[in-house]
Design a protein around this ligand. Structure first.
Ligand SMILES: [Zn+2]
Length: 351
């Protein structure tokens, strides 16, 4: 039977997290039983053996707790954003709001619209087929974890990677402390399960560490995994520089400017701002894995007709450097076009 790419994808999305879950249970059992109980408790120190088992259980419970939260908190669904009212005499039989000072647009300067959500997409938002909704600062679908990572659960995702690594380091270090004695006492041999445990720990530590380092890099320059994948694809295929467009307001007029989504990291606002955008302002919650950084994920219900109020924490701000860069380009007339409405209705595009 031939399994199509789509079916394989569906199967992997459901099975990989279950395998990871079971491997974690299995590895935890190997560590607790073969190292802590059989060796340390019986041949070294009872209190150390019990203490390490408790430490192991607490680590596992914390990891599952963060994992569960990533599902419960969710990736963060962007609020509903009505169409933009570009002129005062704009027909008002549609719900419309004044446009923000800048937004990512089509080549013609129109906002990106999601026909499924019937809403304008906030910058960096992306429609998720899994949830049937647009997700703010969509990062990626994580096969290991089994859910979408977005603006709301990205902090939990980073904390998950950190605690996962700490757990592996804890297991490897405590096992290594006793491994020489175990080896000698067993006449220069090791139980096969202990070797399996070592391989599992080393394998997972390398995988999680590599994932963590990539995400620290993404956070550093403020790109999402999806953006990074697109950049890599273009480099690999050697296709022309992918162009993107921004509708930018300057001195009461609006302009459409072209930029490179490959080279111009317009969202990169410096490490400090990038960090706060993902991890939130509270230092306490940088370390404590509890909920996401967005205070009111349902701000779409707000009545105030102001873009910035409606989108709240989902607002994506471009860097001061690029704001200045766009202004300079407008002043030297280096723009795609001056934005004017071509018809009485707001055009839309689902990109
Ligand atoms: Zn959508």
């Amino acid at each position: 039977m031939v399994i199509s790419h789509l079916n394989l994808d569906r199967i992997l999305r459901k099975t990989v997290p279950v395998i990871v879950f079971l491997l974690l249970v299995y590895g935890s059992f190997l560590y607790s039983y073969y190292i802590c109980w059989n060796e340390i408790y019986h041949h070294h120190s009872k209190s150390t053996g019990i203490g390490l088992i408790i430490g192991n259980i607490l680590f596992i419970l914390l990891i599952y707790f963060i994992w569960l939260q990533m599902f419960l908190v969710g990736p963060g669904f962007q609020p509903h954003v009505p169409i933009y009212k570009f002129y005062e005499d704009y027909r008002d039989d549609y719900e419309s709001i004044p446009p923000p000072d800048y937004f990512i647009c089509t080549q013609d300067g129109y906002p990106i619209y999601c026909t499924m959500c019937q809403s304008i997409k906030i910058d960096r938002s992306r429609h998720s087929g899994d949830f049937g909704k647009c997700i703010g600062r969509f990062d990626h679908f994580c096969y290991w974890i089994g859910t979408v990572i977005g603006k709301q659960n990205y902090r939990l995702f980073m904390q998950f990677l950190i605690w996962f690594q700490l757990y592996f380091v804890y297991s490897i270090v405590t096992t290594s402390v006793f491994i020489k004695d175990i080896y000698r006492r067993r006449n220069n041999s090791l139980h096969p399960q202990i070797i399996v445990l070592y391989i599992l720990l080393a394998f997972w530590l390398v995988i999680v560490f590599a994932l963590f380092v990539s995400h620290v890099y993404y956070l550093w320059i403020n790109i999402t995994s999806i953006e990074e994948i697109k950049i890599k694809q273009h480099r690999r295929d050697k296709t022309p520089d992918p162009q993107a467009f921004i509708n930018f307001k300057h001195k009461g007029e609006r302009y459409v400017l072209r930029y490179s989504s490959l080279k111009d990291h317009i969202w990169n606002r410096g490490l400090h701002e990038n960090w706060i955008q993902v991890m939130g302002k509270s230092v306490f919650f940088w370390f404590v894995p509890w909920r996401g950084p967005i205070n009111d994920p349902h701000s779409g219900d707000l009545k105030e007709q102001d873009y910035y109020v409606i989108v709240g924490d989902y607002f994506e701000e471009i860097s001061d450097k690029f704001k200045q860069h766009f202004i300079e380009r407008i002043e030297r007339k280096d723009y795609e076009s001056k934005f004017t409405m071509g018809c009485s209705d707001v055009g839309s595009s689902d990109v």
